[in-house]
Design a protein around this ligand. Sequence first.
Ligand SMILES: [Zn+2]
Length: 215
Amino acid sequence: MSAHRAARPPVRELMAGYVGVKFKTVRASREAARGTRALYADLRRAGERLAGYGMAPQNGGNMSVRLRTGFAITSSGSNLGSLLSEDVVQVEDCDLEHECVCYRGKLKPSSETFLHYLILRQHPAAGAVVHAHDPMTSRAAILAHGLVETPREEPYGTLALARLALDAFASRRRIIVLRNHGYVCIGEDLEAAVETIISTHRRLRAKKPIRCPQG
Ligand SMILES: [Zn+2]
């Protein structure tokens, strides 16, 4: 009997409550531009680094890199710690009025595409945006550290959440926190954004636990 086995598609771990993208999509092509595909190694390495610090649970988090036309972004439902080449998708444009995303690639772009789009549009010096979950860090530690967080929660993948994040990036901040959700970070390139998130995570983890006052 042959030991050969057909390659199995990777199992995607999805977070509870995740229902995919919440916008309409138009696929211009199943092939992303060469510049997008060339980013795969960098994105995979960045995702593995985040996973190494416990910041890529299941399908939480997403990353984008600015391109000459639009931006490259991780696919909807992808696991950052084990990205595949088809997880790199090119977003050509977003129509906010009709909540529609035009993209190139085999898979749909990240459910947080609007978040990346708004930030890259508003911050021309930013080359990359990274959103990461940090389940090991408490909100108390985040606030004690003085990180800016959004004034409220909004459901994932919505324009409302994307706009809250954009507002929080005032005053040349490089990292903000989506309340009870995760970090969003701007970098001049992908490596810089990931470094900022990791250094923030390490500083927060180094803090002593905060005791709740008695009574
Ligand atoms: Zn998220």
